[in-house]
Unconditional design. Structure first.
Ligand code: ADP
Ligand code: MG
Length: 279
């Protein structure tokens, strides 16, 4: 067994007297796609920030590629892990081309600099940005901007990917693209941690889900064990139902809505309006 790519143990973070993370354990192995899910304010971004070194640890430990986070220089850390922040504010009018090129900065002066063109071309292709390369980032739509930010960290070609809500601004096709891409990276041996709100998307693509609520890990395991109606309804404080896709067996999580028959109970035949006067 290879060593874990990311190991967080007993992580606690307090900000301004408020406990944001409380004794959190999280681990991601090479080859694994881990979805980090939970309600707004659960602490997902803070946890990703701690793992990426952007948020100071209160207590606990974080290891990246087998070494304590604090022992890495920023330059070397940037060759190990790439981070897609939830908020990516690019205030200067860089072009998409320039933003993607920035992803190669950690490799400047190394032998892998020779891969720059290939890494950039591949990232652009996979994020469907080829026709936007000369445009400036502020001129892009929200979804295009999100894809440009993703392209930059794909070009970085690290073995660890930390993605905070990469699909939030994307249309359904580009959401699928991003998760398929994350899946491919995991299948190729990388460790991918992705924060998602769409639980059906998490169930379809992730090997494992870690469910956070109020700064604590509530459950951690395969989607089929974590995504139960009772647990999810309690954690999200809303009645939810978990269905099974008829053809591939993946789980689909939906809110229960008044007036809709539960999938578990036999449904009444749809009443059809009389078509008087037509033939
Ligand atoms: P999530 O990403 O799961 O929605 P966050 O990690 O962003 O949650 O935030 C968790 C909680 O910590 C929220 O209640 C948020 O308001 C609070 N929080 C996060 N960062 C700060 C900060 N710098 N100062 C004060 N509160 C913060
Ligand atoms: Mg967040």
């Amino acid at each position: 067994m290879g060593m874990s790519a990311v190991v967080a143990r007993g992580v606690s973070v307090s900000i301004g007297g408020a406990r944001i993370l409380d004794d959190v354990d999280l681990e991601a192995r090479p080859g694994e796609l881990l979805a980090l899910v939970g309600p707004n304010g659960a602490g997902k971004s803070t946890l990703l920030g701690v793992i990426s070194g952007d948020v100071a640890l209160g207590s606990g430990t974080v290891e990246i590629a087998g070494r304590p986070l604090g022992s890495w220089t920023l330059k070397h850390l940037a060759r190990e892990r790439a981070v897609l922040l939830q908020q990516t504010a690019v205030s200067f009018p860089f072009t998409v081309q320039q933003v993607v090129e920035m992803g190669r900065a950690p490799w400047a002066g190394t032998a892998l600099e020779a891969d720059d063109d290939d890494a950039i071309a591949d990232a652009v292709l996979r994020t469907d940005l080829a026709r936007h390369l000369p445009r400036t980032v502020p001129s892009l739509s929200g979804g295009e901007r999100a894809r440009a930010a993703l392209a930059r960290i794909l070009a970085q070609r690290t073995r660890i990917l930390l993605l905070d809500e990469p699909t939030a601004a994307l249309d359904i096709r580009h959401q699928e693209d991003v998760l398929r891409l994350a899946r491919e990276r995991a299948d190729a041996g990388d460790a991918v941690i992705v924060v998602l709100h769409d639980l059906s998307l998490a169930a379809a693509f992730a090997d494992r889900v870690c469910l956070l609520a109020d700064g604590r890990v509530v459950a951690d395991g395969p989607p089929a064990t974590v995504f139960t109606e009772d647990l999810l309804s309690r954690v999200y404080d809303h009645p939810l139902e978990v269905l099974t896709h008829p053809s591939d067996g993946t789980l689909i999580v939906l809110p229960r809505r008044a007036g809709r028959a539960s999938a578990a109970s036999p449904s009444a035949p749809p009443s059809s309006p009389a078509l008087e006067g037509t033939s």
